[in-house]
Ligand binder design. Structure first.
Ligand code: ZN
Length: 72
């Protein structure tokens, strides 16, 4: 009786490992290759001409702006 429970547990654990083994490696492969592009790229503010890092710049109607003060 107890042995049967251990076998069932082992099978379930095997299936769990199998599912985890196939699901986890998918994440790094799904990442797009252009992820390192929008990190430290500099963009020019349309209003004042200041160059700011893209991740801190504001994109509005096809143009880049350094801050809310420069937004039209
Ligand atoms: Zn500006």
């Amino acid at each position: 009786m107890l042995f049967k429970l251990i076998v069932v547990g082992a099978v379930l654990y095997g299936l769990y490992r199998l599912a985890g083994g196939t699901l986890l490696p998918k994440k790094p492969k799904n990442q797009p290759e252009e992820t390192n592009d929008d990190g430290d790229t500099l963009v020019e503010c349309k209003t004042c001409g200041t160059y700011v890092v893209k991740k801190e710049a504001l994109f509005y109607k096809g143009e880049w702006y350094c801050s809310r003060e420069c937004l039209p």
